[in-house]
Design a protein around this ligand. Structure first.
Ligand code: MN
Length: 319
């Protein structure tokens, strides 16, 4: 099943062709909350999905059907407690960082940055499909590179601490396409990857039963139609179950948490005006637009403000 969050944070089920969506919000009854801010309905849906699934499936026969092109798809997660990201999980990416990228963007290679690791990204950096990724002022002022990292994303359904690798996939609700945008340079990853709009997710969440073992998925990222990243999840150094086991040995994984599983090789710079497309087998395509334009920036921040309960139009006060 493909779960989408659309328009005013309603719940939809996308058809197999990726053309239409059925509005199943009514099936959630009192569980659904109209205000996105602090809404627990999505996290409860992640937790209780197995129980709610038959009801949602049945609703696909009676809910309102909408053409996808007539709705605004939001990020297919809402108020996750955390975004866990994975560093250095494809050998060819480790090589490119060591051999070229780190020298260029940081002037040196810190060996600690070449180890497999997990870290956190601010959840406020999440945006949906079709959104703008806003280049931070510092990137423009100091001519720092902002890079794309197109990655497989995992959404947790069942909570766990110290999850065993062999049990890990049982904790997964589903998968999304993720873009782990990053300002290259010195300093902490969490800061450089948490700029507002730096975590596009989409286009919808495909439940785990449609994927099975998340090996063998092709990942393709292009900028302006030109291929940058092309890889297969088979090439991960630490597989999805291994990442879940490792992350949950550090922090409790909770319903709705998002895990980004690491950048395939081919990371590179994006500039204002670029369109970035990421396609992953069975998950669809996520497209975003890179901007440094004031009006586009304000629209992107309006979206983040609205989800955060501030309301559209709150000035960013940011130059
Ligand atoms: Mn990454």
């Amino acid at each position: 099943m493909r779960l989408a969050i659309f328009n005013d944070y309603r719940l939809g089920v996308v058809d197999a062709a990726g053309q239409r969506l059925t509005d199943v919000t009514a099936e959630l009854g009192g569980r659904w909350e109209p205000e996105a801010f602090g809404a627990g309905w999505w996290l409860r849906l992640c937790r209780d999905f197995d129980e709610l699934r038959p009801q949602i499936e049945a609703a696909c026969d009676r809910g309102e059907v909408l053409e996808l092109e007539t709705v605004v798809l939001r990020a297919p997660v809402l108020n996750p407690g955390k975004v866990v990201a994975t560093a250095m999980n494809y050998a060819d990416h480790v090589d490119e960082m060591r051999d070229t990228v780190l020298q260029r963007v940081a002037g040196r290679v810190d060996p600690a940055l070449l180890d497999f690791d997990v870290f956190l990204k601010a959840t406020s950096s999440i945006v949906g499909p079709g959104s703008h990724v806003v280049l931070p002022a510092i990137a423009l002022r100091e001519q720092k590179e902002v890079h794309h990292e197109g990655e497989l994303g995992v959404v947790i359904g069942r909570a766990g601490i110290d999850i065993r690798e062999e049990d890990a996939l049982g904790h997964v609700l589903g998968y999304v396409i993720g873009l782990d945008m990053v300002l290259r340079g010195h300093g902490d990853r969490s800061r450089r990857k948490s700029y507002d709009t730096f975590t596009p997710l989409g286009p919808w969440l495909t439940t785990a039963d449609e994927i099975g073992d998340p090996k063998g998925l092709d990942i393709h990222l292009s900028v302006g139609g030109a291929t940058r990243q092309r890889a297969n999840t088979d090439q991960m150094i630490v597989s999805v179950p291994g990442i879940i086991a490792h992350a949950s040995s550090i922090m409790r994984l909770e319903p709705g948490d998002v895990i980004l599983t690491g950048a395939p090789p081919g990371v590179g710079e994006v500039n204002a005006g670029d369109t970035v497309d990421v396609t992953i087998s069975k998950l669809g395509t996520l497209e975003v637009h890179v901007t440094a334009d004031d009006a586009a920036r304000q629209r992107a921040l309006d979206e983040i403000n609205a989800r955060g309960g501030v309301g559209p139009g709150a000035p960013s006060g940011r130059a």
